[in-house]
Design a protein around this ligand. Sequence first.
Ligand code: HT7
Ligand code: ZN
Length: 876
Amino acid sequence: GHVFKLEDYRPSDYLILQTSLVFRLSPEATCVIATLTIERREGVAASAPLVLDGDGLTLLGIAIDGRDLQPGDYAATPDELAVLKPPAASRFELVLETEIAPARNEALMGLYRSSNVYCTQCEAEGFRRITYFLDRPDILSIYTVRIEAPHNEAPLLLSNGNPVDSGALADGWHYAVWHDPFPKPSYLFALVAGALGKVADSFTTLSGRKVELGIYVEPGKERLAGYAMDALKRSMKWDEEAFGREYDLDVFNIVAVSDFNMGAMENKGLNIFNDKYVLANEETATDADFANIEAIIAHEYFHNWTGNRITCRDWFQLCLKEGLTVYRDHEFSADQRSRAVKRIAEVRTLRAHQFPEDQGPLAHPVRPRRYREINNFYTATVYEKGSEVVHMIRTILGAEAFRSGMDLYFERHDGEAATIEDFLKVFEDASGRDLSQFALWYHQAGTPNLTVSSSHNARAKEFTLEIEQSVPPTPSESRKRLMHIPLGFGLVGAGGKPVSYGDVEGATVEDGVIHIRKRRHVVRFTGVAERPAVSLNRGFSAPVTLSVEQKTDDQFFLAGHDSDSFSRWQAFNTLLTDALIAAFRQVLGGKPPAFAQRLTELAGRIAADETLEPAYRALALSLPGEADIARDIGKGIDPDAIFAAREALALAIARANWENFTGLYERLADKGPFSPDAASAGRRALRNILLDYLALLPEGAALATTHFRSASNMTDRAAALTVLAHRHAGSAEAQQALAGFEAKYRNDALVMDKWFQIRAGVPGSKTVETVRALTGHPAFSMANPNRVRSLIGTFSSANQTGFHRADGEGYRFFTETVLEVEKRNPQVAARLATALRSWRSLEPGRQAKAREALLAIAGTEKLSADLRDIVERTLA
Ligand code: HT7
Ligand code: ZN
């Protein structure tokens, strides 16, 4: 396959100033007429051919300035259209007629059908599956779209921008015309047509313009869209307050569809969502679902400025819109909920998804320089690490200069397709700082490590930190340059009070941040009489790993007293991780794992500490996951031993605290009516994690059964079902609860996804057979991405003992299924296939079997570009 390179970027010879599209919708034969106003760029020779992108298209007609082209004037294949002799005039009108079959589009890119609704997905390169075009994000065009369809099949006709006309046609057909005044790249084009229910509301912007808001869902599900609408209005208000950004069209529409490759899509004025991120009430959605809906509604809305008004010059710049917009949605959720809890959750996600990517064969810079398939670069590195880079800019500049930089970005680049260089420049200009070394965060892959040791000289009243940075090698980047790392820190004294200090030597230290720029810094703090405990990477100021030589007493002290809530959580989490790694080694050595009493006691104190938010306590009590432990161990992974170590620690904590936990569990029972707010969700989270511990003790299955039966919302019901199915697998209680849940929700696809997830997550060697059997379940479908991700994705990415079964059966099932999914949907298959990216860290037996599975996929004929790219990089 072709390798696209950043250094090969050059502007196109032609521009497309206006794009007028007519769609005559029909499932098997939709006719698309595109009228493109084309302009040759200045300085380009009139003989330069106009070459448009296509993907599987059938050309029915082609004309320029009203005259049909003759064979020989152009060359058309399904994947390209070349106008060989364009007119001499610098501006001309090209009319193209293509035919497409949305009903047969199972890849879910371009125009397709989802439950009888026509919808589109054009990012990254889906527009070329609709018509021939310069399908690249630096071609900004003004769109007018006319949609025609039978009124009874598609009473609703939507596209980008504002509605301008509609009316009846012959034979029961009707039409609607939409005009979007903002020039946009083709990937932001959208169309929706079908019979959908509507929830309507409005929002008045800061300057007093009224915007009509609509959320469209499957008829009958309107009452499930209320939370999404509320989240939308809060997002619109927040962007005005936090970033001074107002909405710019008369309407803003959101459509929920049930077949969607990702979470949602920010098409201008017409966001299209995976229905899982719109539909919710307490009966069907968990607190995590509510939080995701809020975050994704906000994310797509925020793209209107960071992505749409200012877009990307090319796909190498994807993080320009994605990293920045994730940063913005993180800030939004932090403001709407608990900032401290949100930060911990973000870091857990980053470590679970981005760190393994950065530390494995698929590692790439936040701004990659090469790709074979752009769809495979919608990654945790581009999104989550990209957001962390923006977070660091904010840390380095401070709130005020950061905001000035953002204002300058909007002012300077509105209406443009920009680059990361443009983005960094606005912050340099707004702050007067030099960000050239910092820019490496965009260009260099890999997670930097900081090795830190400290010493105190009582006589000289001097406290010293020795800090050394290193970036491990990553594919095709063996030598790394030194990074600028803003390291948040605090010197903590008795009772958790900050320790003051005088002059500092050896590094620039400002506002609680040490600026690491060299390989090694010896940072001396003068005037420090007592030895402090040092709290490092406060607030998770930089996405790095730390190797700190620290006394266990200091770690316990910080876990109880650090005034930075992130670092306090981190200190306890590090203690748990260290204990789990030690236990893993004991299990491998054939010894029963043992845990320090003071660790299990500390867990009890945190659980009961009323000065801490319940959600924070819940996060502290949720043990590092099996994959987190594996990542921290690094090599020779035996998932069964990790599982045994983790179970042993959970049991030790439960046994040491059962009275305390039981009392708390009872006091936390929900009394009032349900509310999805963060505080109520936090109480449920704490109570449910306590249940998870208590379920390990005698009578645990009975307790979980009672919890399950008395649950008045999906959060509690799903939590109890998970405890029964995972902790008491195979028990009568588990069987009964699973069957009851299935009977009750068999017709609710999104709730059945939870059931598939829970069943796919059951630890142990038997689950592969269960999952294989469940692919035949009436509620399952290989064609629906949500179903595939729930069942197959959960099994392969979240069930360590099940998937990595020692005999390789999990991998064989995986190979078959990935290839089966690929026949319909290469994008979803490629994403699934990343489950084996950490195969080299497995113990030798499993490693050999995982490699066989990857080779089996790689050896398959006619593999899609998407899947081939992932397996070949994984094996390289
Ligand atoms: N910008 C959107 C990305 C997206 C996407 C990419 C490839 C294939 C299908 C897709 N659906 C959505 C989502 C976002 O980041 O907001
Ligand atoms: Zn996005």
